[in-house]
Structures are given as C-alpha cells and as structure tokens.
Design a protein around this ligand. Structure first.
Ligand SMILES: O=C(O)c1ccccc1N[C@@H]1O[C@H](COP(=O)(O)O)[C@@H](O)[C@H]1O
Length: 198
C-alpha cells in the first residue's frame, strides 16, 4: 500500500512519516491552515530522503503557476486539485513534473479516466476537510487495476477498512494525523502509516 502523509511543515513530522515507512510527503502550497511557503519547502526538503516523493499540493492555481512554484521550491511532483483538463497533465509533463491529479468522489465520470497522470487521487468534496465519505462507492468507477490514491477523512482507525472497501492502491491523509487543525501529531502519523502498511 502506497502511503502519503500530507500537510507537513516541520522536520520532525517529516522524519516521523519517513521513519514509519511513508512513500510520499505533501507540502500544501495553496490557501490552507497547512500552507507553507516555497522557501520553507526548500528547507524542509533536506529531511526527505531519496525514494520518498515530495509533493507540492495546489487547488485552484493554474497548472502553469503550480509548476513554476513547485519548481522554485525544488519539487518534482505536483498534486492538482480543482477543475482540470488533459491540457494540465501536458503542462505538468512538459515541465518535467510528475503529477497526482485529484478529483472529488462525486466528480463527472469522464474525470476518472486515465489522462496520463502518474497517479489519480480521489478525495472528499472539500480537500483537507477531514470529512469521511462512502469509500465503497469507488467500486463502480472503473478504477480496477489503476494506481490510484484514496483520501478524505482517513485515520489510523478506518484506513484499512476504507482502502479495502474502495479497492484503493494507496492512501493519503492530513486531518487524521493532526492534534488540532494544521498541527501534526507524531504518534498519529506513525499509527496511520503502520495501519495502512499492515
Ligand atoms: O490539506 C489541505 O489543507 C489541502 C488544501 C487544498 C488542497 C488539498 C489539501 N489536502 C489534501 O486533502 C486530502 C487530505 O484530506 P483529509 O484532511 O485527510 O481529509 C489529501 O489528499 C491532501 O493532499
């Protein structure tokens, strides 16, 4: 199970996620209680070892802006939420970036198709809200055999059953590993990664 821990802003939280076995860490570069600056990301990247993907997360920004911000920060992966088009995938790839394309669980059926992104992420209607949803509804979206990530309202207690119900290849978390909004809890990070990997 691929595991991404998102909304990290301190060396300690990155270290905990990496030590626990996370495959990717996310830095929120859009309006959010978890926002970090590109300069902060550049500093934090020294705590991310080779083999762990460091992902810049964006919501409504045009893909061209996201690519420029991520590149300035030293990132090679971007995660694009919001309304997107196949042209956005091309923009990311033309810039040499790898892409996680995020769609909401209630998005139009054609948006679940493979547009050539490296990974698809399926999230709650409001990203980063901590809201859980009907994960089993993903069984009807034609995602079998795809590398796709489940997100939205996950925590250590529900991640195993949620991933099983959805048939997910990977999972992503932010709210479920926090002690208060935007403040990560190291024990919850470890518990989440351990539960997901188990
Ligand atoms: O975490 C945020 O604040 C955020 C803001 C804008 C776009 C995406 C954001 N995070 C993504 O949301 C899910 C986590 O949701 P939850 O908090 O666990 O319910 C994950 O994909 C993050 O990358």
């Amino acid at each position: 199970m691929f595991v991404k821990v998102c909304g990290l802003s301190t060396p300690e939280s990155i270290q905990e996620a990496v030590d626990a076995g996370a495959d990717a860490v996310g830095f929120v570069l859009t309006a959010s209680p978890r926002v970090v600056s590109p300069a902060q990301v550049t500093e934090l990247l020294s705590n991310v070892p080779d083999g762990v993907a460091a992902v810049g997360v964006f919501r409504h920004e045009p893909a061209t802006d996201a690519v420029a911000i991520a590149r300035a920060a030293g990132l090679q992966w971007i995660q694009l939420h919001g309304d997107r088009t196949p042209e956005d995938v091309k923009t990311a790839h033309d810039a040499g970036m790898k892409l996680i394309r995020a769609v909401t669980m209630d998005a139009a059926p054609d948006t679940f198709a493979n547009w050539g992104e490296e990974l698809l992420l399926v999230d709650a209607p409001v990203p980063g809200s901590g809201e859980s949803w009907d994960y089993g509804s993903m069984r009807t979206k034609g995602l079998e055999g795809r590398d796709w990530i489940l997100a939205g309202g996950l925590d250590a207690a529900n991640v195993a059953e949620a991933a099983r119900a959805a048939g997910a290849w990977g999972v992503d978390v932010s709210s479920g590993v926090e002690q208060s909004r935007g403040v990560k809890d190291l024990a919850k990070i470890r518990a989440f990664v351990t539960a997901a990997k188990a």
